[in-house]
Unconditional design. Structure first.
Length: 259
C-alpha cells in the first residue's frame, strides 16, 4: 500500500513540476556500453553510438551544456546538465573521451563501495576524473541503499561517510549528492535533512521533470531525467522542441541577439 501512495506522490510531483517554467534539463546516465549486450540492466544503459548521437544532435540545436555548479542559475530550456550515477567503468573509458573532445562538463556521482569492483571505476580512474576540470565528483552513498529504510546511524554512515571518503582521496570538497534510487519511495524527509546536515549544497532525485523555479527553494530534491537506449530519441526531441519554442518566444519579444 505504501508503495502505491509513494508512486502517486511521485507522479503528482512530476506533473506539477513539468507545468512550471522550463529552466533546462538534468540528464541522468548510468552505463554507456559499446555494445548493448554487455549492459547489466537495459533500463539504465545506452550504447556509445546512441550517446554520441544524442550529444551531437543537442549540440547542433543551440543546446548549452552546463557545469552542475550553474544549476541554480539555469533559466533556459537550452541548458543541459550531464550526470552519471554509480560510477561505472565505462564513464571513464567510453563517455569521458567523447565529452572531453567536445569540452562538455559532466558530473559523476560515486557509490564508494563500488570503487574497484568489476565493471566500476578504479580508484586511479576516479582520481584522474577528479583532476579533470570538466568533471565534478559527487557522492551517491556508500552502499546504494534505499535511504528511507535506514535508521539514523545508517543514514549518517551512508550520507556523511561517502562524502568523507571521496574528499579524502581526491583532496577536494564534495558539495553535491544524488540519492540512491532517488524516488519519493526511496527518500524520506529524514534522509533529505541528513543530506543538508552533512554539508552538501545540492542534492538530486529521480523526479522525471525539467528544471524549474522550485530548486531555488527545494535544492535538496532536484529533478533529473533518466536516459537509456529506448528513450534517448524522445528526450532529445523534447529538449530540441523546448529550445526552439523558447527561441521563438524570445524573438517575438524582440531579443535582437536571436536574429
Amino acid at each position: 500500500m505504501k508503495r502505491i501512495v509513494y508512486a502517486i506522490a511521485q507522479k503528482t510531483l512530476e506533473f506539477l513540476e513539468n507545468l512550471m517554467p522550463n529552466y533546462g534539463y538534468i540528464l541522468m546516465f548510468h552505463e554507456i556500453k559499446e555494445e548493448l549486450q554487455f549492459c547489466q540492466d537495459l533500463r539504465y544503459c545506452i550504447s556509445m553510438s546512441s550517446f554520441e548521437k544524442m550529444i551531437s544532435e543537442l549540440e547542433e540545436n543551440q543546446t548549452r551544456f552546463c557545469a552542475i555548479s550553474e544549476v541554480l542559475q539555469s533559466k533556459k530550456p537550452a541548458n543541459v546538465f550531464i550526470t552519471f550515477d554509480d560510477g561505472y567503468e565505462d564513464i571513464y573509458s567510453t563517455a569521458y573521451p567523447i565529452l572531453k573532445k567536445k569540452r562538455i562538463p559532466f558530473t559523476v556521482f560515486i557509490t564508494t563501495e563500488f570503487i574497484g569492483k568489476d565493471g566500476y571505476l578504479t580508484l586511479q580512474m576516479l582520481k584522474e576524473l577528479a583532476q579533470e576540470p570538466l568533471c565534478t565528483i559527487g557522492a551517491h552513498s556508500v552502499s546504494h541503499p534505499r535511504l528511507r529504510e535506514c535508521n539514523k546511524k545508517q543514514l549518517v554512515d551512508e550520507i556523511h561517510g561517502s562524502k568523507y571518503y571521496i574528499e579524502t582521496f581526491t583532496n577536494q570538497t564534495v558539495s553535491i549528492f544524488a540519492y540512491p534510487y532517488g524516488s519519493v519511495y526511496a527518500c524520506s524527509l529524514e534522509s533529505i535533512r541528513e543530506t543538508k546536515n552533512a554539508g552538501y549544497m545540492l542534492a538530486f532525485s529521480t523526479l522525471n521533470a525539467h528544471m524549474n523555479p522550485l530548486p531555488n527553494h527545494l535544492r535538496y530534491f532536484i529533478p533529473r531525467i533518466s536516459v537509456n537506449e529506448s528513450n534517448y530519441k524522445s528526450i532529445t526531441k523534447l529538449i530540441i522542441e523546448s529550445t526552439d519554442e523558447d527561441v521563438t518566444k524570445e524573438k517575438r519579444m524582440g531579443n535582437p541577439s536571436l536574429d
